[in-house]
Design a protein. Structure first.
Length: 128
């Protein structure tokens, strides 16, 4: 895992893993040649970077502003003299759950229903 700034500082065609908070999601851009692209702007402690999602990744972006994401197997590219971070066919994206601040608890169970996660602790149910 590298910071966003380190990722952009990497050599062209290097594969990297990065993480950041989504602060902007562009509309889907298409061209007659058939390509599809969506830009996600991510931020971390080091930088703010636009990340290009191509093809099926661009079609199926399931994140929202404020989500924390980890992107694995991204490729550093060079487009018109500017370094870019792009998806590859092997890219995997995972999202971190933003749990509410709470005291230490013992987790008795976890239920996941689509995008809703429920944590069971004793008689309490915490939904995020």
């Amino acid at each position: 895992m590298v910071s966003l700034a380190e990722g952009l500082g990497s050599t062209e065609d290097r594969r990297i893993n990065v993480a950041g908070k989504v602060i902007k999601i562009s509309e889907l851009a298409t061209a007659a040649e058939g390509w599809r692209r969506r830009e996600l702007t991510l931020t971390d402690a080091s930088s703010q970077v636009k990340v290009n999602f191509w093809s099926e990744f661009a079609d199926d972006v399931r994140v929202a502003i404020g989500d924390l994401v980890t992107l694995r197997n991204m490729r550093v590219g060079l487009f018109r003299g500017t370094k870019t971070i792009n998806t590859t066919v092997e890219t995997m994206m995972t999202m971190a759950l933003a749990l509410p601040v709470m005291e230490n608890i013992v987790v008795d169970g976890i239920s996941v229903d689509r995008e809703i996660v429920t944590i069971l602790s004793g008689a309490r149910m915490i939904t995020v």
